[in-house]
Structures are given as structure tokens and as C-alpha cells.
Design a protein around this ligand. Structure first.
Ligand code: ADP
Ligand code: MG
Length: 595
């Protein structure tokens, strides 16, 4: 008996849907791409319940005839290519003829469409893959597609979806990227009854970027223009110093198709080189145009990944484009960290192992090894209350955990404080330490219900994206608790009236922008608590490379000693590391015998 059979369409479509319809944003992407392919100049997207209840996309494009409309929902039905050769020169978004059949197999689907000049349009209802009704109707030129109850018949898949906030963010990002690639098309995005944005198709990329991300976003970018070896690169790259904590703001378009491309990402990384710290990502918006035959967009059904036939050439082109742009701009002075002068360290050194040894003896016990001894994190009670060496004062008594005695040696690159402890060399990240101190100050104030705000003399305006403004609105209470008084001001603008009392007032605008961005990313659009706000506020407000005087270093260490958790920053990175004497001896090849 034969065992092989051809799967019925409704089964194979559902399988294809698994690849095409990963989440509500994938449906939005496919429908928008179809609208753009149909030469629309106005597209409206309305989403209910993060896309699970309904996704409605309407356009004023070419529309479809009665017969085409019926054909469009069949598998492998496409108007965009006719032969296999066409695959090597794709300029439309679509070509696989898979999107509509995939979507209809996992939703309740309705389409209304009409071509220019036709006397009437057609309306088609499809449920669970089969046409339930199809009749002529009167409607405007263009196409309107409504996708309801997405994934209603594949509950297992639905479980993989994230919070509404996350799914909405994915949708917003999808619309952002397609809108950026098509600045002459109008886009309107509505979530439930909230209009997220309405961006007219003025044709200007800059005004679109400004309307999505705010004025200051644009001011921190440099325009790129590069044209060599048949590769055209245009768009914008971040000025020196403008970086983010994720790659989310690196938007790549290949022949106007938003794409993920490790090849381009590595070109960006090379282009910025060492001026971008590890783990940071400069925002870019790169439009790479080249002969379609040199790229393969048919790697995955979702068509998000793009491969290059001559990858190294493209890496080099992006690298060169960025290098040249940075070099030509005045803002790109590359800061090279000064050579560490060993002399300086030694000169300033007050290393006094003997002193420390004496101190140890005086206390009648050796100092605990803070980096290995877990017990040390706890309040180990009497007898273990060590003091901050020479900085001993009455306040130091209050410190929550034991803190070793340090002798300050000096500072390295205005970033690290070098100190000696009885057990060797301690390197303190002044930035992380500062973050920890401020964080505990802010959260302590919140817990103790103290007045936490400082009013700004003149309120500061900042530009935020629609999603960011929404997010602040949603978490208003927690922002207020922390000491931030921010209100929406109209358009993309927000007004900052007050910030937490313990934060510095320098660069308020830019640190708040960075903070909101990181919080939104972390909360995935949902709720966030004051702890997270305090943490992000501190890390955005405090920057490395502040030159500290010896007195300030002492002060910093004293305050750090009083923290509940002095050994890590609010993100959990260490504030200090210890290189023990044993380790030093090993590194220098001094065995304990040869001492
Ligand atoms: P593909 O885009 O890969 O061709 P789809 O399943 O997305 O496949 O769409 C099938 C066909 O339906 C398209 O080739 C196009 O002819 C037609 N179509 C889909 N959406 C629209 C629209 N919004 N306006 C006009 N035609 C459309
Ligand atoms: Mg399509």
C-alpha cells in the first residue's frame, strides 16, 4: 500500500503560515508590503488588542479585479514574478505568493478591493482557509484587508506570543521600517483607539525620521553618501558618542527592503572601530542599493534575512562609508585613551603594605576577602565592622556591609580608581560606584517617602517617539515616585519639570532620552517599577571619564562603603575587582619561596 500522499491545501498552508505568520507584526508586514507593491500612496493600519483581535490595513493602491481577488488567496498565486529567472532580479517586496494563503489559514479574513475604473469592487470572506462569501460591493479604489482572531485555530502558537506591549512594539517597529523605506507614502498607525502616528508622505526621509523619533534624534546623526563598485550607500549614521544598548536602532535597508544582515552589522562595527565601547551600538539608518542579482532575498519565507554574493565587499563598503563620514565630520574627533603612565601611578602611590599589615594586626584578625567570601555580603555583626581606613567617621558606622581598608593609589584614564588593600590591588570602576551610590540614594528616598524631586529652573523639552511617550504616560506614577515629573506637551515633545534630587542637572535631556529608551526596551512597552527607573536613570546620568580629585575619590569610596550592596552596580556589574597578592606574584613569576 502506498504511504505517501499530497497534503491538502488547508494543511500545507497552515504549515507555511508557521513560517510566515510568526506574530501579529508579521501579518502587518506582509499586508503593508502588498500595499506598497500595489503602488499605494496612503496606507492606514488599525490594530486591536495588539493584533490578536483585529488587524486592518487599507490602501489606495491598484486594487484587484474580481477574478484576481479570488486568485490572490490561493497558494503560489502572485502577480509579481512569472518565471524562475525573475527570482534573480526581484524589486517588489512580494514574490512567493504565500502571504495571503498563510494568513487566511490562521484567521478570519475579509478583503474588499477595487481597481481604478472598475464599476464596482468585490468583498471576500474567508474563514479557516475556505471562502465563505464572495460578492460585488461598492467601495473606493484600493484594497482593505481585515484579519480577525489571528491564530484562533492554532492555540499552541498563540502561547508563544509575548505581552501586548511587546507585540505592539513589534508592530510599531515594522511600520517604522517600511515607512522609512518609503517616505513618499503616508502611513497612519492606530492601536485600539489611540493614534500612534500619522505621517504624511512628504517624500523627505529626514522629516519622517524627525516625526518618528524626534528632532534631537536627527541632530545626533550624520548623513552618509557612498558610491563605489556598484554599491550605493546612503542614509544616516550616529555621531561619535551616540550609542545605544541594543542593536534595535540599527536599521538596514537593502534595495529598500528592511533587512537583517550580519554582513552589514559587521561593516558598521568595523567602521566605528574602537570609538564604540563594547556592548554599545551606534544608531544607523543605512540604505544599501545594488544590482538585485548581487543579493538573495529568498533565504527565508519571511524575507527578512538577506544574503550577499560578495559579502566581504559589502562589509568593506559599509566600513569605508562610515569611516569617511566620521572623518569628514567635526564631531568625530576620535578620543584615544592616553597611555597609562606607570610613573604617574607610582609617583602618586601611597602603597603601604606594611601599614595595612599593622592595621590588620591591630584588629587582631585579617580582613575578609571581599571577593571570595560570600559571608562578607551579609552583615556579619560586631567585630566585623571595618572602617573605611583613614576616612573613618561616625557615618561609617552605619555601613551595611564590611568594606575593606583602601589606600588610594591614583586613577587610570579617569575611569578607574586604583587602590591597595591588604590583599593586593583593587581596581574600582568609578562609574559603576557612582551609579550604585545614586541608585541607593534614589530608591532609599522613595522607600522613606522623602521629597525626591528637584525642580528644574526652566522645564526642558525633549523629543520622544510615540511609543516612548505612551510608555511614560502608562508609568506616570512610578516616574513621579522616583522624582521625575515629565508630561506630554504635544506632538512628539515632552516637558521635564523635575528630576530626582540626587541626579546631576547636566545633560538632563540626553540622559532622560537614553533612560526612556532603555526602559521601554526592558519593559517591552509594559509596566515598569521605580527600581528600574532609578537604575536606568543612574546609569544614563553618570558617565565615565569624569576627572575626580583625590578628595572626591575619597568621598566616593566613603559613600560606596555606606551602600547596602557596594560591590556591584545596579545592573549587577562589579564596582570593583581585586587582584590578590598571590595572583600578582604568580603573574610576575615570583613563587612564594623566592620571596
Ligand atoms: P506576493 O506578494 O508574494 O505576490 P501575496 O500572497 O502577498 O503574494 O499576494 C498575492 C497577490 O495578491 C499579489 O501578487 C498581488 O497581486 C495581490 N495583492 C495582495 N495584496 C494586494 C493589495 N493590497 N493591492 C493589490 N494587490 C494585492
Ligand atoms: Mg505579499
Amino acid at each position: 500500500m502506498n504511504k505517501i500522499r499530497i497534503l491538502p491545501d488547508n494543511v500545507s498552508n497552515k504549515i507555511a503560515a508557521g513560517e510566515v505568520v510568526e506574530r501579529p507584526a508579521s501579518v502587518v508586514k506582509e499586508l503593508l508590503e502588498n500595499s506598497i507593491d500595489a503602488e499605494s500612496s496612503e496606507i492606514k493600519i488599525a490594530v486591536e488588542n495588539a493584533g490578536l483581535r483585529a488587524i486592518l490595513v487599507s490602501d489606495n493602491g491598484l486594487g484587484m479585479s474580481y477574478d484576481d481577488a479570488l486568485l490572490s488567496i490561493e497558494p503560489h498565486a502572485t502577480s509579481k514574478i512569472t518565471s524562475a529567472e525573475d527570482l534573480s532580479r526581484i524589486i517588489t517586496f512580494g514574490f512567493r505568493g504565500e502571504a495571503l494563503p498563510s494568513i487566511i489559514s490562521v484567521s478570519r479574513f475579509r478583503m474588499r478591493t477595487k481597481t481604478e475604473g472598475a464599476s464596482g469592487g468585490v468583498e471576500i470572506f474567508v474563514e479557516g482557509g475556505s471562502v465563505s462569501r464572495c460578492e460585488p460591493i461598492g467601495c473606493a479604489k484600493g484594497t482593505e484587508i481585515s484579519v480577525r482572531d489571528l491564530l484562533f485555530n492554532v492555540p499552541a502558537r498563540k502561547k508563544f506570543l509575548r505581552s501586548d506591549g511587546t507585540e505592539e512594539n513589534h508592530i510599531t517597529e515594522t511600520v517604522y521600517s517600511l515607512a522609512l523605506a518609503n517616505p513618499s507614502v503616508s502611513f497612519e498607525l492606530i492601536f485600539d483607539a489611540r493614534r500612534i502616528f500619522n505621517s504624511p508622505g512628504s517624500g523627505s526621509l529626514v522629516s519622517r525620521i524627525r516625526s518618528f523619533f524626534g528632532k534631537s534624534y536627527v541632530e545626533n546623526l550624520l548623513p552618509v553618501e557612498f558610491n563605489k563598485s556598484g554599491i550605493n550607500i546612503s542614509g544616516f549614521v550616529a555621531k561619535h558618542g551616540n550609542t545605544r544598548s541594543s542593536r534595535k536602532e540599527q536599521r538596514i535597508f537593502i534595495n529598500d527592503r528592511p533587512a537583517d544582515s550580519p554582513v552589514i552589522y559587521s561593516g558598521i562595527k568595523n567602521g566605528y572601530g574602537s570609538i564604540v565601547p563594547h556592548g554599545r551600538f551606534p544608531p544607523v539608518m543605512l540604505f544599501i542599493k545594488t544590482d538585485p542579482a548581487r543579493v538573495d532575498v529568498n533565504v527565508h519565507p519571511a524575507k527578512k534575512e538577506v544574503r550577499f554574493r560578495e559579502a566581504p565587499l559589502f562589509v568593506a563598503a559599509v566600513e569605508k562609508a562610515i569611516r569617511e563620514t566620521l572623518r569628514n565630520s567635526q564631531n568625530s574627533t576620535v578620543h584615544i585613551s592616553p597611555e597609562i603612565s606607570l610613573r604617574n601611578i607610582l609617583d602618586a602611590s601611597t602603597i603601604s603594605y606594611d601599614q595595612a599589615k599593622k592595621e590588620e594586626e591591630r584588629r587582631g584578625k585579617s580582613l575578609p576577602d571581599i571577593f571570595q567570601d560570600a559571608e562578607f555580603q551579609k552583615d556579619s555583626g560586631e567585630g566585623a565592622k571595618e572602617h573605611q581606613g583613614k576616612e573613618m567617621d561616625s557615618e561609617a558606622e552605619k555601613q551595611a556591609v564590611d568594606f575593606p581598608v583602601f589606600d588610594i593609589i591614583g586613577s587610570l584614564n579617569d575611569t578607574y580608581i586604583l587602590a591597595s588593600s591588604p590583599d593586593g590591588l583593587v581596581i574600582i570602576d568609578q562609574h559603576a560606584a557612582h551609579e550604585r551610590i545614586m541608585f541607593e540614594k534614589i530608591t532609599g528616598d522613595v522607600k522613606n517617602n522623602r521629597a525626591v524631586s528637584q525642580d528644574l529652573l526652566i522645564p526642558i523639552t525633549i523629543e520622544l517617539s510615540g511609543a516612548e511617550l505612551e510608555f511614560i504616560q502608562k508609568n506616570r506614577e512610578e516616574f513621579l515616585k522616583t522624582g521625575f515629573q515629565i508630561e506630554k506637551f504635544g506632538g512628539n515633545t515632552a516637558l521635564i519639570h523635575a528630576i530626582p534630587a540626587s541626579l546631576p542637572q547636566e545633560n538632563t535631556a540626553s540622559f532622560i532620552i537614553e533612560m526612556v529608551e532603555n526602559l521601554l526596551l526592558e519593559a517591552k512597552g509594559g509596566k515598569i517599577n521605580y527600581n528600574a527607573i532609578a537604575r536606568e536613570a543612574c546609569s544614563s546620568a553618570v558617565k565615565a571619564h569624569d576627572k575626580l580629585q583625590t578628595l572626591e575619590i575619597r568621598n566616593l569610596l566613603r559613600l560606596l562603603a555606606k551602600c547596602e550592596m557596594p560591590f556591584c552596580c545596579p545592573h549587577g556589574r562589579p564596582t570593583m575587582i581585586n587582584i590578590s597578592r598571590g595572583e600578582l606574584e604568580k603573574r610576575f613569576g615570583r613563587s612564594s619561596k623566592s620571596k
